[in-house]
Design a protein around this ligand. Structure first.
Ligand code: ZN
Length: 218
């Protein structure tokens, strides 16, 4: 059964909802018309040290917050579809899809995956892989050290907290990698993971996330 058919069948029993306002929408829709209009598209530019490019779909604000909350809580299946679809559109518009061999989600420590039950970045990576027809790799990059939450830490504190927390395997040698995360704040996490992937011999790393906060600039 194709993905689209599966989605339409599922919609018959569990009608698709807008991940922002919760209103019912069509089976193939991402958001309701009103929310799609009021969400803030990310128009700024940002760079991650060591990465070729940085792409974000939305500015992280109160409007998109509920969709990200649903993604992290795993309550609403449509949050991954909606946010992943928007990010795929943005990557296509930037014309960089042809320069990607593999999509890698920002890893969570196994203890956190156990607690939550899934990695929300892996949901976005899977959605991008399906839409862009690029393989995903959930195994080659791991978070080897459990770290404290980044919340409340400044840019320097965040970088120190994450130092040597990630590792990447040889499987990424020579590959052009798209590293995917849900939210980017200061870029410390993406920078640390990018460094680990490049250390493993990847040809290049590009970064993409659903939302970028506006509070930190490079
Ligand atoms: Zn809505």
């Amino acid at each position: 059964m194709t993905y689209l058919l599966k989605r339409k069948l599922l919609h018959l029993f569990f009608p698709t909802r807008c991940p922002v306002c919760g209103g019912y929408i069509g089976a193939m829709e991402r958001f309701c018309g009103e929310c799609a209009k009021k969400l803030t598209r990310y128009e700024d530019s940002f760079s991650i040290e060591g990465a070729e490019s940085f792409t974000a779909a939305f500015v992280y604000d109160d409007k998109v917050k509920s969709a990200v909350f649903l993604l992290k809580d795993g309550i609403c299946g449509n949050a991954g579809y909606a946010l992943g679809g928007e990010l795929a559109d943005r990557l296509n518009a930037e014309g960089i899809v042809k320069d990607i061999d593999v999509i890698v989600p920002a890893p969570m420590h196994r203890r956190d995956v156990r607690r939550r039950g899934f990695n929300q970045s892996a949901i976005i990576a899977k959605e991008l892989g399906r839409i862009l027809n690029i393989p995903t790799d959930n195994k080659s990059v791991t978070k080897t050290r459990h770290t404290h939450t980044q919340k409340g830490l400044g840019k320097v504190g965040r970088a120190v907290n994450l130092r040597s927390a990630f590792a990447a395997s040889d499987d990424l040698r020579g590959k052009r990698v798209l590293l995917v995360d849900d939210i980017c704040t200061t870029g410390s996490t993406l920078r640390e993971i990018t460094a680990a992937i490049k250390k493993a011999g990847a040809a290049s790393v590009r970064c993409a996330c659903c939302c970028k906060t506006n509070s930190h600039k490079n």
